[in-house]
Design a protein around this ligand. Structure first.
Ligand code: SAH
Ligand code: SF4
Length: 353
């Protein structure tokens, strides 16, 4: 399993203050002869208020601000591009200090603001229908790099974030520690204060990580990218998780539900003639019945150069009805930001390509 690296600042020998743990920050402050409560103040500036310079930290003594600025940067992200969809969604291309770029999306509706973030730059899993998968993995993101995407969207909209999904680029369970740490910060009252149930992590089905996730105390929502309950089809669509059989996934998800009592979501992007046949529908019903599943039927978002076509709306409606007939809750998820390629599976590392 890949874990996030703590990236030093490229081009300078200053350290990114955001990469310090609470303990490291306390130690730094004590070396500077400062009381411990300064750590809380600084953390509030970084994580709650999204400060981009030490000068903004007006409740710190001037000399401390100057001392910090000599040793540290505040990191953060640079917006390289932004596109606004007809439906109000905004897609951002953000760049980190080492030049790596990722995309994230803000989706407003009424007084709600949902944010979709990336956990890695690119992805190693190579799913056949996914634009991110096609480009391969550049690197995993650190927890603050994940967190900063949410902060960036919040600041751009100037609104409170009400939900966050780790459904942008990358496989969060191949970057487990950083993703969890970011989720904790997003959830924390000292951070963005988003309720745990409104924070969703989506995985292609990395079994050891799902087992680990079942032991996390928070009520996060878990989404599994299923896309087929027929082993042969799933192997072809999702080669990166071929080694984890559907049978094993079924068992582990049963344990997850027993342990947590939480309802998992299964993502299913309908692909014409591939996973929308009668056999596939029957297998999906069998996989999902009696296990508290919520199925999200997604119309496949077209990815340029892909051989896959979305199924019809009628077929999607039929999937929902037939799942309901066997007692499985299912909904059709409306894609947002399709006109700007901001929908699921359309995120790449550059805008406009
Ligand atoms: N790697 C994780 C999270 C990122 S992908 C995962 O796979 O779950 C986010 C969601 O977009 C997943 O459910 C993924 O299966 C879905 N997705 C990928 N490509 C898609 C496409 N072309 N159309 C619709 N959904 C897609
Ligand atoms: Fe990676 Fe998820 Fe895309 Fe598969 S669907 S390639 S796991 S980002």
């Amino acid at each position: 399993m890949q874990e996030a690296r703590n990236l030093p600042n490229s081009g300078t020998d200053l350290t990114n203050l955001r990469s310090l743990t609470h303990g490291q920050l306390l130690a730094t402050l004590s070396e500077l002869g400062q009381p411990a409560f300064r750590a809380k103040q600084i953390e509030s500036w970084i994580w709650e208020k999204g400060a981009t310079s030490f000068d903004q930290m007006t409740n710190l003594p001037k000399n401390l601000r100057a001392q910090l600025a000599e040793q540290y940067t505040l990191g953060g992200v640079k917006q390289v591009a932004k596109q606004v969809s007809e439906d109000g969604s905004r897609k951002y291309l953000l760049q980190y200090e080492d030049g790596t770029t990722v995309e994230c999306v803000g989706m407003p509706s009424g007084n709600k603001l949902a944010v979709c973030v990336s956990s890695q730059a690119g992805c190693a899993m190579g799913c056949a229908f996914c634009a991110t998968g096609a480009a391969g993995l550049t690197r995993s993101l650190t927890s603050s790099e994940i967190y900063d995407q949410v902060m960036h969207v919040r600041n751009d909209f100037g609104e409170r974030v009400t939900s966050v999904v780790l459904m942008g680029q990358g496989e969060p369970f191949n970057n487990y520690d950083a993703s969890l740490e970011a989720m904790r910060k997003i959830n924390s009252a000292d951070g963005l204060g988003v309720g745990a149930r409104h924070i969703t992590v989506s995985t292609c089905g990395i079994i050891p990580a799902i087992k680990r996730f079942a032991n996390e105390p928070e009520q996060y929502t878990l989404a599994i990218s299923l896309h087929s309950a027929v082993q042969r089809t799933r192997n072809a669509l999702m080669p990166g998780v071929r080694k984890f059989s559907l049978m094993h996934l079924y068992e582990v998800m049963g344990e997850y539900v027993d342990k947590t009592g939480r309802r998992p979501t299964y993502e299913y992007a309908l692909i014409r003639g591939v996973n929308d046949t009668e056999d596939e529908l029957g297998a999906l019903c069998d996989f999902c019945r009696d296990n508290l599943a919520h199925v999200n039927i997604i119309k496949l978002n077209e990815v340029k150069g892909s051989r896959f076509q979305p199924s019809s709306d009628a077929r999607a409606g039929e999937f929902v009805r037939r799942l309901a007939n066997v007692g499985v809750e299912a909904t059709i998820r409306q894609s947002r930001g399709q006109d700007i390629d901001a929908a699921c599976g359309q995120l790449k590392q550059r805008l406009g390509r």
